[in-house]
Design a protein around this ligand. Structure first.
Ligand code: SF4
Ligand code: SF4
Length: 57
């Protein structure tokens, strides 16, 4: 199950982009967006997000 960003909570700090080992998080229109095809479910982004905007689904 890949990571999913709640855009309503995302403040575009880009911490998740920095920590993702597969570089599968991009900023799209000011919000983080995970490409689920490249997500290895490491949960690094979940731990890094200061807004708790990311969860595994
Ligand atoms: S769970 Fe890991 S691989 Fe998936 S988006 Fe988050 S940091 Fe990247
Ligand atoms: S770490 Fe959280 S708040 Fe920051 S860009 Fe990623 S999803 Fe948005």
């Amino acid at each position: 199950m890949p990571a999913l960003v709640d855009p309503a909570k995302c403040t575009a700090c880009e911490e998740c982009v920095s920590v993702c080992p597969t570089e599968c998080i991009a900023m799209v229109e000011g919000k983080a967006l995970v490409n689920p095809d490249d997500c290895t479910e490491c949960e690094a982004c979940v731990d890094a997000c200061p807004e708790t905007a990311i969860r595994m689904v």
